[in-house]
Design a protein around this ligand. Structure first.
Ligand SMILES: [Zn+2]
Length: 208
């Protein structure tokens, strides 16, 4: 049995250290994977002090990437530790498994990044639809929120810029939107349609 669980761990979490699979359960719609962190203690997210003073534990159920068309839900037993640093503002904290969980998230890191990639390519509504085809139930606003939470891409000065207009909500006022032709991302919004604003941006961009 142990051998099977070890193999399951390799299969499910190949790049994640300090996690052990305790059991797995497959039914018609859902795969449930019972897992826990095996690290000796955790680092306080506020002060960075390592602690292994156990305060308690509870279950979390983050959704993971689907497998074989089924939803995958982890059943993670997470531990709460007491921070040993007397001057730290945080008395206790909950462990996170690097590369797998983050605070308050109901999804694993890889599911978050998969949905964010879908959202980047397709935006909210179509993103949510494609996710459901892949076996992930998610709302379009969540898809957009995950895109929004992505780290800012490194700013590379665009090589080719296109110009378009945008209207303010009431349509009474027009501004100019600059688009990086290669990445198709907006680069800048100008409040008006004056050539002088455009020239100012061109100077700024050239100086990057
Ligand atoms: Zn602390």
């Amino acid at each position: 049995m142990e051998e099977v669980l070890l193999r399951l761990k390799e299969l499910l979490f190949p790049s994640i250290a300090d996690v052990a699979v305790l059991s797995g359960d497959v039914n018609i719609a859902i795969v449930r994977v019972d897992a826990q962190c095996t690290a000796d203690g955790a680092v306080c997210p506020v002060c960075g002090t390592r602690s292994n003073r156990l305060h308690g534990s509870y279950l979390r159920f983050p959704a993971d990437v689907p497998s074989g068309g089924r939803r995958v839900v982890l059943q993670l037993r997470v531990r709460r530790f007491t921070c040993g640093n007397q001057s730290c503002a945080r008395r206790t904290f909950v462990e996170q498994i690097p590369g797998l969980t983050r605070r308050h998230s109901q999804r694993t890191e890889r599911l978050r990044s998969a949905l964010a990639s879908v959202g980047l390519a397709l935006a909210g509504r179509a993103g949510a639809r494609i996710a459901s085809v892949l076996g992930v139930s998610v709302s379009r606003s969540t898809v957009l929120r995950l895109v929004d939470a992505l780290p800012e891409p490194e700013m590379v000065a665009p090589r080719v810029v296109g110009v378009d207009e945008y209207a303010t909500r009431k349509g009474r006022h027009y501004g100019t939107v600059l688009i990086d032709i290669e990445t198709r991302r907006p680069v800048d919004l100008l409040p008006d349609r004056e050539a002088s604003s455009l020239a100012a941006v061109a100077r700024r961009t050239a100086g990057r």
